[in-house]
Design a protein around this ligand. Sequence first.
Ligand code: NAP
Length: 246
Amino acid sequence: MSPSERIVLVTGANKGLGREVARQLASRGSFVYLGSRDLARGRESADDLRRIGLAVSEIALDVTDDGSVARAAERIAAERGRLDVLVNNAGIHIGAPALEIDVADMRATYETNVFGLVRVTRAMLPLLRVSASPRIVNVASTTASHARTSDPTSMFAREDRSLAYASSKAAVTMLTVQYAGAFRRRPDDAHILVNAVTPGYVSTDLNGNTGHRTVEEGSRVVVAMATLDDGGPSGGFFEEAGPVPW
Ligand code: NAP
């Protein structure tokens, strides 16, 4: 391992945006752990990336499972001793109509999109702290923007199946603000930059491949926030074009 090599963990990296973020970061010289709740699927994606010469490794990681997350952190600690970049990408969308969605669906959505992010962040924090320039990127969604979703003319206001998903992603942006504040208040953690991003409407399994952007396009803002220089923003919410209105 070269001293300048960045060690990256991407959750939910066996397909979709996570896999492409892993590819783009590995292409820039990082060593990337591809988190996957199904290790066989993770291995297939990692094999594809290794075949094109990239330094990646699949790692079992179910963000809803304390034991799985703890084991992933132990393995990274044993193999690398630190983590430079955490991309909290794993997410689900349960698309029941707003007036029909029940608590079980809400709980399942929050278990992955919200509590999973907290579980992974907390477990990886000791490894991030020892990095010289740690970065955390939380993959939210444009639906998390109160400004855009509350505009009755926006496409997000017309979407009837986003109650669980959009509210969980709004929690992700607020978690990002809260973590950034907590890092800023502790001198030992002030070097950790954490930001939320939205990739736009990207064609993946999450939306039945109906998105109008490619995973290559959607991943760019994630990569930009994962590779921020020291002194960059923290606690922000960004899309490729710039800050997203809260
Ligand atoms: P995707 O293709 O469905 O990928 C989702 C990934 O998350 C998969 O690897 C999935 O693994 C993983 N995952 C789900 N539950 C998990 C768990 N409990 N533990 C670990 N991994 C888990 O969807 P995507 O569009 O790439 O989504 C990636 C992120 O982007 C999500 O946070 C999503 O909300 C966000 N996003 C997407 C869009 C879009 O238009 N596509 C827009 C805004 C934000 P399995 O293969 O095992 O299910």
